[in-house]
Design a protein around this ligand. Structure first.
Ligand code: SAH
Length: 391
């Protein structure tokens, strides 16, 4: 194909042979002059044998791979990728009469680094995390139209905050198709209003669907605290499942406003919410709760602050373990990719030691199937959680 070429050093093609989708800058022996951030490229080994097609990114990860077969990156290419991801979710029955929201495309897990598509009952939020994907948005939008057909109601491009500076300065979020702003989705028959324009990320934390369902099993006649509640995903499930009272806490007023609306939408009333810092809120809550959900934002966004993140998770979990009623249940999560499951486990078990409480581990939790993790890209696993019985 007629794309600029990148030649790797001898012995630096092993990771591509294993289908890992990143090429580090140190692996590159030769590249065409004047390559721009986001430009499509073909990668070859030192013998000039084709390895993969991707887009140039210019940083320490210099190329992100989108195909391991030599092909044209056109509308048909995007259709095949997005259609395959859609079929996978259809086979698994993720969407049903009870659930009309899912992650439709999950970056490397679906074969394209940097491409996120979230499906909200026919409204698609498109988020590109790299210039390479952003430059392809017209063909991606055409492909989404073809895949969804009459199901499609709108496509909203929300890439301004996830692109590098070079692109984000020129980018304005906006609709590529349609223009409906007020949407309500259904997840396991619970209703949620989603503000994908002003909300965090693409508007809703779709990745907690299965874990919310599990929480419901533990809530009947219990006093439940949902901390870092955002728009009340866990709160709605807990209140619906028959909790005596559910309290929701978040530092963001707009998140709490939506949380309240979601409680009303589901005609629930056993609920109170608080705009507060969770660490402050918990200070005087000794013996107040039977069940506590701890789902903080990623405390570590890179390896550099991994250590501080561990201290943060340990402090939070120690506080919750100290104050929960005897024989209480804690749902605790980390969505930091750099905190792996072993490190999370060690952090939680050392929090129990510090709190002086005996725990039993009831479940290990992960991200759901619409956020797929593949063996060639284990880095894709970011959400991990544990359900604890606290004696
Ligand atoms: N559990 C939620 C998602 C949590 S996202 C769901 O299922 O939808 C993390 C949330 O933590 C965000 O809404 C953010 O506003 C909130 N947050 C961040 N720091 C906080 C703090 N110190 N105290 C309380 N909330 C905080």
């Amino acid at each position: 194909m007629d794309y600029p070429q990148i030649i790797l050093h001898k012995g630096k093609d092993f990771s591509l042979q294993r289908k890992h989708p990143w090429v580090f800058s140190g692996a590159i022996a030769k590249k065409d002059a004047g390559l721009q951030d986001g430009e499509l490229v073909e990668v070859f080994n030192f013998k000039k044998e084709y390895l993969a097609t991707g887009y140039y990114a210019g940083g320490s990860i210099a190329v992100r791979i989108i195909s391991f077969t030599q092909c044209l990156i056109d509308e048909e290419f995007w259709y095949e990728k997005i259609h395959k991801a859609w079929l996978y979710r259809s086979h698994l029955g993720i969407l049903s009469e009870h659930t009309n929201v899912c992650r439709m495309f999950f970056g490397e897990g679906d074969g394209v680094p940097g491409l996120i598509l979230d499906y909200y009952n026919g409204h698609v939020v498109f988020q590109s995390h790299s210039g390479g994907v952003y430059l392809q948005r017209e063909n991606i939008a055409l492909a989404i139209k073809r895949v969804l057909g009459p199901l499609l109601k709108s496509i909203y491009d929300k890439s301004a905050e996830t692109l590098s500076k070079h692109y984000s300065e020129k980018t304005v979020n906006g609709f590529l198709v349609g223009n409906e702003e007020e949407i309500i989705v259904k997840e396991n028959h619970h209703l949620f209003k989603v503000d994908f324009i002003r909300g965090q990320k693409t508007g809703f934390f779709i990745d907690q669907r299965d874990n919310r369902k599990l929480l419901a099993e533990y809530c009947k006649n219990k006093i439940v605290l949902n901390s870092f509640c955002y728009t009340g995903g866990f709160s709605v499930y807990a209140a619906y499942a028959g909790a005596t009272i559910v309290e929701s806490v978040d530092a963001s007023q707009s998140a709490i406003d939506l949380c309240e609306q979601n409680i009303d939408l589901n005609q629930l009333n056993n609920h109170t919410s608080f705009v507060d810092d969770t660490f402050e809120f918990l200070k005087d809550k000794q013996n107040a709760y039977d069940v506590i959900v701890l789902d903080p934002p990623a405390f570590a966004k890179s390896r550099d602050n991994k250590h501080h993140a561990v201290i943060g998770y340990k402090r939070l979990n120690t506080m919750a373990m100290k104050l929960i009623k005897p024989n209480g249940i804690i749902f605790t999560f980390s969505c930091s990719g750099v905190i792996d499951k072993m490190l999370f486990y060690n952090t939680i078990t050392s929090a129990a030691l510090e709190a002086g409480r005996n725990i039993k581990i009831l479940h290990y939790l992960y991200q759901p199937a619409d956020h797929p993790v593949t063996p060639n890209f284990p880095e894709g696993e970011y959400l991990k959680g544990m359900v604890l019985w606290v004696e």
